[in-house]
Design a protein around this ligand. Structure first.
Ligand code: HEC
Length: 441
């Protein structure tokens, strides 16, 4: 169980601070290992759902231990940590992507060091000369002990990419604390955390990438107070030139700056709802409500969810009220619930069902988004963000992209039928759905 669920990170040279790859390590650390598992801290997986936002469907590659596995672990401890057959200790899980067609990596990479975590981006060129569709992606960290997570986007060719390349070059590191989501036309390919299995699309689904498109990766480095050699993290891609039956596009919901999507909350000024988290507020919630607009009668499957907050955020819940659910689907459903947001363990969540059983979204639906924040020194991430900025006390926090700004965002990949075969794509197909303000309940 430890080999399958823990050693992806808890191995010599891995991101975790200690190894769990031998019998002696497992025996000596069994007590704290069980405590971390029972507390839901390990293995890291934030998308657990909440009382108000419980998931109907399972997640792909859910690393958590089942209740039966935890009971087995407890019984093993009570039985005196029986050694078993030593020769059968399995290696850490294989995380390689099958069928890799392209690999991109910076020529030199980046040498991180010091106390503060760093967010470094690279523009990488897979050399596409025609439209391709991505069906798999995996990250291979150069120095696994420092690469805490990576966010990959595709950026179609055009003025925005040219301007970026003119500024930072191809394959060269540049600081990008706010990430790359805001770059013109770029879209999410996947979010990787250590030990993750590869991102893979279900059969019949691909992510379009135009000829000349770049892959942009943002790497979260955790130097841990030491100096390190250069890390050149590689990204493996599986691209197909056969047009798939379906493609995905991205629809983001959240980050409402004002009414009417932003509902009244605590600490609003007299002028109306504001996304404002005062310094010291330990339990502050922002609530938003969006109505989905688009062509009536069409519903689209949601393939992946990527919840996103910064350091002050502590939980997130996104649910949908369907105007016309498909058969077998509930009218109200939690799309993603994160009870204890941990900035270091953000990842994307893929529903583990066939394409035709995905949760759907369509015009007339309402999407509710709630995020809770703790802007006090009791929040260790607030302490860390303040320290990085050379501050000692919490400050007022507003919507934005900087370290001590906040967000309340769900990025969703939705499935569309592919355009007729043979055409070149320029980027992601436009989203058929739009999110517009609705009156508060
Ligand atoms: C995705 C990588 C990853 C996986 C998988 C993982 N860990 Fe960890 N673990 C870490 C990291 C990194 C830390 C250091 C603290 C942190 O960054 O959260 C840690 C810390 C811990 C700690 C110390 C907790 C504390 O309070 O300081 C324990 C105990 C632990 N892990 C046990 C486990 C067990 C048991 C499993 C499997 C059931 C597991 N971990 C799976 C990465 C992982």
């Amino acid at each position: 169980m430890l080999a399958a669920h823990c050693t992806g990170c808890h191995q010599p040279g891995g991101i975790a601070p200690f190894s769990l790859t031998t019998y002696e390590e497992a025996r000596d650390l069994a007590g704290i290992a069980l405590a971390a598992v029972e507390a839901g801290i390990m293995p890291p997986f934030d998308g657990e759902g909440t009382d108000d936002c419980a998931h109907r469907l399972p997640w792909r590659d859910d690393p958590r231990l089942s209740a039966a596995q935890i009971a087995t672990f407890e019984a093993w401890m009570e039985d005196g940590y029986a050694l078993g057959v030593e020769a059968e200790i399995p290696p850490p899980p294989d995380t390689a992507l099958g069928g890799v067609t392209h690999t991109v990596a910076p020529p030199v990479g980046y040498a991180t060091g010091g106390e503060a975590d760093e967010f470094i981006c690279f523009v990488l060129d897979p050399g596409l000369t025609a439209t391709r569709w991505m069906t798999g992606l995996q990250v291979r960290p150069g120095l696994p002990e420092v690469v805490h997570h990576a966010v990959m986007s595709a950026m179609p060719p055009g003025d925005a990419l040219d301007a970026l390349v003119a500024e930072v070059g191809v394959g060269q590191p540049f600081a990008c604390p706010g990430g790359v989501a805001a770059l013109d036309g770029s879209y999410l390919l996947g979010v990787w955390t250590p030990g993750n299995q590869p991102t893979e699309t279900p059969p019949e689904l691909g992510i379009p990438m135009a000829a000349g498109a770049a892959v942009i990766v943002q790497i979260h480095y955790h130097p841990g107070g030491q100096t390190h050699a250069a890390d050149a993290t590689a990204i493996d891609l599986r691209l197909t030139d056969t047009p798939p039956a379906n493609v995905y596009t991205i629809a983001a919901v959240g980050n409402a700056p004002a009414a009417p999507q932003l509902l009244p909350g605590p600490d609003d000024p007299v002028t109306g709802p504001a996304f404002f988290i005062p310094a010291g507020a330990a339990d502050h919630t922002e609530t938003m409500r969006f109505e989905v607009q688009g062509q009536a009668g069409q519903r689209f499957g949601i393939f992946m969810a990527y919840p996103h907050l910064h350091y002050v955020g502590v939980s997130l819940e996104i649910d949908i009220e369907r105007a016309a659910p498909v058969a077998g689907e509930p009218a109200d459903e939690c799309l993603i619930g994160v009870p204890a947001w941990n900035f270091d363990w953000q990842r994307s969540y893929q529903y583990d069902v066939a394409l035709d059983a995905l949760p759907t979204v369509g015009a007339g639906d309402v999407i509710n988004v709630r995020c809770r924040y703790d802007n006090s020194m009791a929040n260790p991430f607030v302490q860390r963000a303040l320290a990085e900025l050379g501050l000692t006390d919490p400050i007022d926090v507003r919507l934005g992209e900087e370290t001590l700004d906040e967000m309340c965002l769900g990025i969703f990949a939705i499935v569309l039928p592919n355009a007729p075969a043979g055409g070149e794509v320029q980027g992601l197909p436009p989203s058929p759905l739009m999110l517009v303000p609705v009156a508060p309940r």
